[in-house]
Structures are given as structure tokens and as C-alpha cells.
Design a protein around this ligand. Structure first.
Ligand SMILES: [Zn+2]
Length: 130
């Protein structure tokens, strides 16, 4: 997923490719908007609203497939604009890693399934043998 597709999916200012330009101050009060005819990301420009309000959503999505594609979009945006603070990589698959996570969403769900399967087979093994 590209940053523009991510904006299309999640940016509240996205308005059929245009930008409604709403902004929010640090104290969460609305600031005067500055609508644009075209989303800044379409011209590969940086967008403060996207960085502050949309990018953090990538780490909050629970759906593993969605999370991976959002994290790819974040990585693409950061790479394109040379934003420092390199993101960590998943030790299993090498994909981008959400903050405060040991594995990416896909590997987490695979790991959890395997762990549950192992625990169930251990439990059944003990139950049969005793
Ligand atoms: Zn992974």
C-alpha cells in the first residue's frame, strides 16, 4: 500500500482526492481549515496532518493484513521524506514492526496459533497418558 492509498483509506480530510484541510491544535481545538484541490501526498509532498493523525493509526489496527499494508505505507512515507527514527523490523519476516510489539501482526497471529496448537497437543498428550 502506498501512503496515498493509506490516506484514501484513513485520512478524515480525504475528500475524493481533494483535501478538506481541517486541522487540530495541540489542545485539540479546531484550527481554521485550508482546503486543497488535491491531497499533498498525490504530489509526493509531506503532510503534517497525515503525519500526526493518520500515520499513528498504522500501529493501532488489529487486522494483521491491514496492519502490514499500513506499516508498509508508513515505511514508504518515512523513506521518501527521509524521516529519521528508523522503524524496527520483525525478527521473523523482516517486515516493519509496530511500536511496542515483538513481532509484526502476521507473525504474531501465526505464533499464537502455533502456541495454542502446541498447548492443546500437550494437554491431550498428558490427558491420554495418565
Ligand atoms: Zn513478521
Amino acid at each position: 500500500m502506498t501512503p496515498l492509498q493509506f490516506a484514501h483509506a484513513e485520512c478524515s480530510n480525504w475528500n475524493q482526492g481533494a483535501c478538506s484541510g481541517a486541522r487540530i491544535a495541540d489542545d485539540l481545538s479546531p484550527l481554521p481549515g485550508c482546503p486543497l484541490e488535491k491531497c499533498l501526498l498525490a504530489d509526493e509532498k509531506m503532510c503534517k496532518y497525515f503525519e500526526e493523525s493518520v500515520l499513528p493509526m498504522a500501529a493501532m489496527v488489529s487486522d494483521p493484513v491491514k496492519s502490514k499494508s499500513y506499516m508498509d505505507a508508513v515505511a514508504g512515507y518515512k523513506f521518501k521524506h527521509h524521516i529519521s527514527g528508523l522503524f524496527r523490523r520483525c525478527p521473523k519476516c523482516g517486515g516493519p514492526l509496530p511500536t511496542r510489539k515483538r513481532f509484526c501482526a502476521g507473525c504474531t497471529s501465526k505464533h499464537r496459533r502455533k502456541s495454542t496448537r502446541d498447548a492443546v497437543s500437550r494437554f491431550r498428550g498428558v490427558a491420554v497418558s495418565s
